[in-house]
Design a protein around this ligand. Structure first.
Ligand SMILES: Cc1ncc(C[n+]2csc(CCOP(=O)(O)OP(=O)(O)O)c2C)c(N)n1
Ligand SMILES: [Mg+2]
Length: 486
C-alpha cells in the first residue's frame, strides 16, 4: 500500500512539475536534476518560461514544442505501464533527447569491445578469385582495365619519384606503396562532381580524374607550372579542375573542412558528396571526432575513408587506440559504417559506390575503414626497418599485394595479358621519366611569388622580408638555386 501511495505521489509530482514548466510558472532546473524526471531536451540546463522543450514518441526522434502547448509527456501507454509497475519491469522507459531509453534493473556496463571483431567486406580472395556469395558491384571491362592501369601507374610513378628524391633531384617524396587499390578503386566509384579532401597518400584519386604525370612532376619539382607556385613541399598536390583540394600536412585538418564542404553541397542541393581521406593516425586528432560529430548532426553527404595501414610513422595501431579499429567509432557518432579489405580493389569499389549513393540520397555521412598496410617507408624522411621487421613488410608487399591480386582477376576475365603487362609497364616508365626530365628543366617561379596571394595589399612586414631575402641572396648567391629568377 505504502508502495502504491508513494508511486502515485511520484507520478503526480511529475505531472505538476511538468505542467508548471509548460505554463512557465517555475524555474525548475534544480528540481529537474534532482529527480528522475524525463528531462527531455534540457540536459541539465535552466528552463524558463517560453523555452522550447523537446518531447518525443517512444523510440522516435524528438520534436520541439513551445511552452503553453498541450502535450502528453508520457505516452498514455506508459501511465498504465507505471500503474502496474514492477521494479524489474524493463519496458518502462525514459523519454530523452534522441529517443526513448528503456530502464533496466541490471547494473550492466557496455563492454569495451564486442566478443567478435567487425568483419571485413571482401570480394576477391588472396588468389584473385571471386568469393562465393560476394555482393559485387558490376564493373565494365573498360573501368576494370582503367583501374588496373591506374594502380600500375601509381606504383611506377612512386618507384621513380622515390629514386629521384634519393638522387637529390626533389626534396621529399611519399609513396602509396601497398595502398594503390584504395586511391584508385575509391576514385573509380565516385563522380567528377564529388569533392575530394585528401590526406596525402591518395594521388591515385587525382590520377583517376585525369591529373597528368607531367602535372605530378611539376608539383614535385616546384616549377613555374606547379599550381602551388612552388610554395609547397613535394606531393602537396591540388587541382581545382579535378575537385581535389590541396593537401595540407597538418594531420586531419581536412576532416572538419569536409563536413563543411558537404554542408554547402547540401544547401546547394547538389547531387554530389564530399569524400575525405584520413590515415589511422589521423583518427587520434580531435579534428577527426569534431568532423564526424558535425557531419552526423548536420546530416551532410560526406564519405570518410580511413586508410588503416597499421602505422602512423613509427606508431603502430596497437599504441594508437584500443577500439576495434576505426569502424566501430562511426556508431558512437550515429554514423553508418563499413570495414572493407583495402587491398581488394573490387571490394573498395563496391563499398564506396554504395557509401556514395547512401550519402547523397539520404544526406548522411558514412564511415569506411579500409584495412591495408603501408609497404613503403612513411616518407623519404623515414626508415621503417627501424621499427618493424623486414619480414612483415615483405609479406604485405608480396602475398597481400593489391595489384597482383586484382591483376589475376582481370586477367582471368580475359581482359589482360602478359604482353599488355610488359607493354604498359614499359610505357608508363618512359612517360614518368620524360615528365621528370621536363619538370626538372622547367624554370622555377620567380622569387617575388613567394610573397604573393596571401594579402590583397602587400603588408609592410612582407615587403621588408622580401628586401631582406634579396640582400641575403646577393651576399650568398652560391646557396641559392640558379634557376629561380630573382
Ligand atoms: C597535426 C600533426 N601532427 C603531427 C604531424 C606529423 N605527422 C605527419 S604524418 C604523421 C602520421 C600520420 O599517420 P596516418 O594518419 O596513419 O597516415 P599514414 O602516413 O599512415 O598514411 C604524423 C604524426 C602532422 N603532420 N600534423
Ligand atoms: Mg597509417
Amino acid at each position: 500500500m505504502a508502495h502504491l501511495i508513494s508511486k502515485s505521489r511520484r507520478l503526480l509530482e511529475k505531472r505538476i512539475l511538468f505542467s508548471a514548466i509548460l505554463d512557465g510558472r517555475s524555474k525548475v532546473s534544480s528540481v529537474f536534476q534532482s529527480r528522475m524526471i524525463p528531462a527531455a531536451g534540457f540536459c541539465g540546463g535552466k528552463l524558463e518560461a517560453g523555452d522550447t522543450i523537446l518531447v518525443g514518441p517512444r523510440g522516435g526522434r524528438f520534436k520541439s514544442i513551445k511552452s503553453g502547448e498541450q502535450v502528453q509527456f508520457f505516452p498514455s501507454s506508459s501511465s498504465s505501464d507505471e500503474d502496474d509497475h514492477h521494479d524489474d519491469d524493463i519496458t518502462e522507459g525514459l523519454d530523452f533527447p534522441g529517443g526513448r531509453v528503456t530502464f533496466t534493473p541490471q547494473k550492466s556496463f557496455i563492454s569495451e569491445s564486442s566478443a567478435k571483431r567487425v568483419p571485413c567486406y571482401r570480394v576477391l580472395d588472396d588468389d584473385g578469385y571471386i568469393i562465393r556469395g560476394s555482393e559485387i558491384e558490376q564493373v565494365s571491362k573498360e573501368v576494370a582495365v582503367k583501374m588496373y592501369t591506374g594502380m600500375v601507374t601509381i606504383q611506377t610513378m612512386d618507384n621513380i619519384f622515390y629514386e629521384a628524391q634519393r638522387q637529390g633531384r626533389i626534396s621529399f617524396y611519399l609513396t602509396s606503396s601497398g595502398e594503390e587499390a584504395i586511391g584508385i578503386a575509391s576514385a573509380a566509384a565516385l563522380m567528377p562532381d564529388d569533392v575530394v579532401l585528401p590526406q596525402y597518400r591518395e594521388p591515385g584519386v587525382l590520377l583517376w580524374r585525369g591529373f597528368t604525370l607531367q602535372e605530378f612532376a611539376n608539383q614535385c619539382f616546384g616549377n613555374k607550372q606547379d599550381y602551388g607556385k612552388g610554395r609547397q613541399m613535394p606531393i602537396h598536390y591540388g587541382s581545382k579542375k579535378h575537385n581535389y583540394m590541396t593537401i595540407s600536412s597538418p594531420i586531419a585538418t581536412q576532416l572538419p573542412q569536409a563536413a563543411g564542404a558537404a554542408y554547402s553541397l547540401k544547401m546547394d542541393k547538389k547531387e554530389a558528396c564530399v569524400v575525405a581521406y584520413t590515415g589511422d593516425g589521423g583518427t587520434s586528432e580531435g579534428d577527426f571526432h569534431a568532423a564526424l560529430n558535425f557531419a552526423a548532426v548536420m546530416e551532410v553527404p560526406v564519405v570518410f575513408i580511413c586508410r588503416n595501414n597499421g602505422w602512423a610513422i613509427s606508431t603502430p595501431t596497437t599504441e594508437q587506440f584500443r577500439s576495434d579499429g576505426i569502424v566501430v567509432r562511426g556508431q558512437a557518432y550515429g554514423i553508418r559504417s563499413i570495414r572493407v579489405d583495402g587491398n581488394d580493389a573490387l571490394a573498395v569499389y563496391g563499398a564506396i559506390s554504395t557509401a556514395r549513393k547512401m550519402a547523397i540520397s539520404e544526406k548522411k555521412p558514412i564511415l569506411v575503414e579500409a584495412l591495408t598496410y603501408r609497404v613503403g617507408h612513411h616518407s623519404t624522411s623515414d626508415d621503417s626497418t627501424k621499427y618493424r621487421t623486414v619480414n612483415e613488410i615483405e609479406h604485405w608487399k608480396t602475398a597481400r599485394s593489391p595489384i597482383a591480386r586484382y591483376r589475376k582477376w582481370v586477367q582471368r576475365n580475359g581482359w589482360w595479358s602478359d604482353e599488355a603487362e610488359s607493354q604498359l609497364r614499359g610505357d608508363i616508365r618512359k612517360q614518368v621519366l620524360q615528365a621528370i626530365q621536363l619538370a626538372d628543366r622547367t624554370e622555377k617561379p620567380p622569387l617575388e611569388q613567394l610573397f604573393t596571394d596571401v594579402y590583397e595589399d602587400f603588408p609592410s612586414n612582407l615587403r621588408e622580408q622580401e628586401k631582406s631575402l634579396r640582400e641575403t641572396i646577393r651576399r650568398h648567391p652560391q646557396d641559392y638555386p640558379p634557376d629561380v629568377p630573382v
